[in-house]
Design a protein around this ligand. Structure first.
Ligand SMILES: Cc1cc2nc3c(=O)[nH]c(=O)nc-3n(C[C@H](O)[C@H](O)[C@H](O)COP(=O)(O)O)c2cc1C
Length: 342
């Protein structure tokens, strides 16, 4: 059977994974209102296509912080890829490279920073959790720099873990045994579970690295302004896939006020609920430079490792290409706010 969209991958992946691991991937927090809204918000936004435009050639190449990518679709940082496939993050990094795009590797990956860099054929960014101490976090940043990662993505929406009730019902630890957080295998885990971050922490991060810094987890214009005042290079507008504060606003509804507050002073990326090419188109029209996808990549990985993750990326590329053609927007520059009706 041909897998024609990402939902086909979702069904097949579920059939292949043990329920506690599947629920860990799929679940949100509390009543999963935000998680559902991520999808519903996209369905509410309508497109205003233009016609009689030459769409015989579609160009979706772009740059993110100066790094060229073949399309404005990147891989979001996610924990524990080895639950989907034994090669885990190494397979995902190979898929990203083959698709000409970039992967953001998570602090709590199941393959090490160095293993992922070795397997990768494309650019990488490193997602940082300051866990369990700033000393350990500094070590991780150094390792990422040494391994050639090009930016640090500091996740700021996880001062504590959200209330994931499915995981509690399965009585699983995070990450579930035996999936180790590979980056910590030789690290003595002394310190707090999560180091409390404040806006002052950005000076600390700047003091330990010269890599560009991106904040992931901004949902308001107020915080976007503060991010700019603190000199960040990029922002990911996201609610963490509905896994943190339930009933938080869908990212796509927060995007316009953040674009307005930032006014071109740094790059803005978006994630949460991207499942169709038209979703990508809407996020770009509202001002995102590129989008990240999360769970669909894990579905592809669970179905057939690097090939599956690659197929998911290619499927979304084709859908975006078609959506650009059908809406009369042959280049990324021609995608603007007039394309959407909120
Ligand atoms: C299984 C899973 C693990 C995740 N782990 C991380 C993580 O380690 N760091 C992080 O910043 N975000 C993490 N996220 C959030 C994603 O980066 C992203 O914001 C979200 O999944 C995007 O929504 P989508 O899954 O609907 O595409 C995780 C998400 C999932 C589903």
């Amino acid at each position: 059977m041909e897998l024609v969209n990402v939902f086909d991958y979702e069904k097949l992946a579920q059939a292949r994974m043990a329920p506690p691991l599947w629920d860990y991937y799929q679940g949100g927090s509390d009543d999963e209102v935000t998680m559902r809204e991520c999808r519903a918000a996209f369905e509410r936004i309508k497109l205003r296509p233009r016609v009689l435009v030459d769409v015989s050639a579609i160009d979706m190449h772009c740059e993110v912080l100066g790094t060229p990518v073949s399309m404005p679709l990147l891989i979001a940082p996610m924990a524990s890829h080895c639950m989907a496939h034994p090669e885990g993050e190494c397979a995902t990094a190979q898929a990203a490279g083959r698709a000409g795009t970039l992967m953001i590797a998570s602090t709590v990956a199941t393959r090490t920073i160095e293993e992922i860099a070795q397997a990768a054929s494309g650019p990488l960014w490193f997602q940082l959790y300051t866990y369990p101490s700033l000393k350990v976090a500094e070590l991780l940043v150094r390792r990422a720099e040494d391994a050639g990662y090009r930016a640090i993505v500091l996740t700021v929406d996880l001062p504590r873990l959200g209330n994931r009730e499915k995981d509690r019902r399965h009585n699983i630890t995070i990450p579930p045994v035996p999936y180790q957080e590979a980056n910590f295998v030789d690290v003595e885990k002394v310190g707090q579970a999560w180091v409390t971050l404040t806006w002052e922490s950005l000076a600390w991060l700047r003091s330990i690295t010269s890599l560009p810094v991106i904040l992931k987890g901004i949902l308001t214009g107020e915080d976007a302004r503060l991010a700019i005042e603190h000199g960040v290079d990029g922002i990911v507008v996201t609610n963490h896939g509905g896994r943190q504060l339930d009933t938080a606003i869908p990212g796509i509804e927060a995007l316009p006020e953040i674009i307005e507050a930032v006014a071109g002073r740094c790059e803005i990326y978006f994630d949460g609920g991207i499942r169709r090419g038209t979703d990508i188109l809407k996020a770009l029209a509202l001002g995102a430079r590129a989008v990240l996808i999360g769970r669909p990549v894990l579905w592809g990985l669970a179905v057939s490792g690097a090939d599956g993750a690659f197929s998911v990326l290619e499927l979304l590329r084709k859908e975006l290409e078609l959506a650009m053609a059908l809406s009369g927007r042959p280049t990324l520059a021609s995608i603007d706010r007039s394309l959407v009706k909120m």
